[in-house]
Design a protein around this ligand. Structure first.
Ligand code: NDP
Length: 455
């Protein structure tokens, strides 16, 4: 896939980027490995943390510039791009402030003697990242691993090369030594070669199930650890005792934010019979109120999809859903425009034999399911290959908590959409992947938890 910036608002090619050669990849690997073997990576963490503080400051001082790069390149609304850049600064600062505590030795009581576990870096990591949060996805890997001392090589998505370049420059400007973070414009075969290289010790991927299973298999073949953050088909449960107006408003936001291209977006709305009609009415009003337009225009509330392929794929999925018996309650078609716009869409009456029942719709398409009781909610929620996040709306928190514990996902939010914060673990189960990013758990994924015993 070529590395090129195409503005999703009008499909105009802005710039093409030259791919890296095998020789350049080898140089990047050698530099990263040399850094891993140096006193910088293996020595005192206090040498590394100032880079993250500086990176946070730099990003905060350039929110506008960076946000525009993301919005032009993948179509995110400008306000949401600003939010993403600010979140990246928070993640960098969070690890700068807390990594030392997370990586401090942990004592164990033992009959064999004085015992403790130390945390050491393991070596060079290969990260494969997607376009939907083109800075945040990079920061989730870079911040904890820079603190831990693991050099990172990154293959970003082909459609966001400008974001990839801007992020690499920021990390260098923040004072990271050569080899700490390297962006590579490389092919899938080159990624496979890097993963197989003995100098690489771990692989982190965020993206589709397909990419996840291929890349994790490559890592497994070379006996290397991987973390995977893949798709989701998250439920948004509306119980009969919910504040319906609030649930409808947040539900629409949870489905339409980032034009619906979020792994933890609310995709399956499970609504109790008693409130189904009132919820659907209020929810539809929010879809109707959407203002489609240029993501750089502050008044736009729904931007384009990231690429023409994404638009065509989504249109096919919606058509197939309808052909297989789903009812189109609202929207349903691409919008005639030079850009990649799809109508905000609501599907109802989706049977279990409809392919849409199990598929992730990566765009502004909501599925509505009407159910009777809590057992039916749990059955439907768990009848999915995925297990990433989920949301439950209710005024009875104890009831919502009981339901939350029965839903097979890595995250559940009560009375809020599925969100993210530096201090909270992020990740899923089932075909949504394995491992966690962010928080104290994220920084422990790629460290050697080394036991030392003194008898
Ligand atoms: P992909 O999984 O294809 O892309 C994600 C990243 O993986 C990109 O950098 C891509 O590179 C790379 N990649 C893909 N296949 C391989 C491979 N065999 N070896 C090495 N790297 C690979 O996602 P798409 O962008 O095509 O989106 C398709 C679907 O994936 C979406 O509809 C959605 O369901 C899911 N998705 C989930 C995301 C999440 O946040 N969990 C994010 C993005 C997508 P390149 O761009 O060069 O192909």
């Amino acid at each position: 896939m070529p590395y090129q910036t195409v503005n999703p608002f009008n499909n105009q090619l802005i710039k093409e980027y030259t791919p890296h050669t095998d020789q350049q990849v080898e140089q990047a690997l050698a530099k990263a490995d040399a850094l891993y073997r140096s006193g910088w990576a293996k020595g005192d963490i206090d040498q590394r943390l100032p880079v993250l503080h500086k990176l946070a400051d730099l990003m905060e001082s350039r929110v506008e510039e960076l946000a525009k790069i993301a919005s032009r390149e993948m179509g995110k609304l400008i306000a949401q791009s600003r939010g993403e850049v600010q979140l990246c600064a928070q993640i960098a600062r969070y690890y700068a402030d807390n990594a030392k505590k997370f990586l401090a030795p942990v004592r164990y009581e033992s009959s064999l003697g004085e015992a403790w576990v130390e945390h050491h870096p393991i070596g060079v990591l290969m990260a494969v990242e997607p376009w939907n949060f083109p800075f945040y996805q990079l920061m989730r890997v870079l911040a904890p691993n820079l603190a831990a001392g693991n050099p990172v090589l990154v293959k970003h998505a082909g459609i966001v090369p400008h974001c990839a370049q801007a992020f690499e420059q920021l990390v260098a400007e923040a004072g990271a030594p050569q080899g700490a973070y390297t962006n590579l414009y490389i092919s899938q075969q080159q990624v496979a070669n890097v993963i197989a290289d003995d100098r690489v010790q771990g692989v982190a991927l965020t993206g589709s199930e397909k990419a996840g299973s291929i890349v994790a298999a490559q890592a497994a073949k070379a006996l290397k650890k991987s973390t995977l953050e893949l798709g989701g088909n998250d439920v948004f449960v509306v119980l009969d005792d919910s504040d319906i107006a609030r649930a409808a408003k947040i539900g629409a936001q949870a489905r339409l934010s980032n034009a619906g291209q979020v792994c933890t977006a609310a995709k399956r709305f499970i609504v109790q019979e008693k409130v189904a009609e009132s919820f659907l009415q209020a929810f539809t009003e929010h879809f109707r109120a959407v203002k489609i337009g240029d993501p750089l225009d502050e008044t736009t509330t729904l931007g384009p999809l990231s690429s023409r392929e994404a638009l065509e794929g989504l249109a096919k999925q919606v058509d197939a859903a309808v052909q297989n018996g789903a009812k189109l309650h609202y929207g349903g078609k691409p919008i005639p425009h030079d850009g990649n716009f799809f109508e905000p869409t609501i599907l109802t009456h989706i049977g279990r034999d409809n392919p849409a029942y199990f598929e992730e719709f990566f765009g502004p398409v909501a599925q509505i399911y009407v159910v009777k009781d809590d057992d039916e909610i749990v059955k439907l929620a768990n009848d999915s290959h995925y297990g990433l996040g989920g949301a439950i709306f209710s005024t009875d928190i104890e009831r919502a908590k009981k339901l939350a514990s029965r839903i097979e996902t890595g995250m559940v939010y009560i009375n809020s959409l599925t969100d993210t914060a530096p201090e909270l673990p992020f990740g899923g189960v089932k075909r949504s992947g394995f491992g966690r990013e962010l928080s104290d758990l994220g920084i422990k994924e790629f460290v050697n938890q080394k036991l030392v015993v003194v008898s």
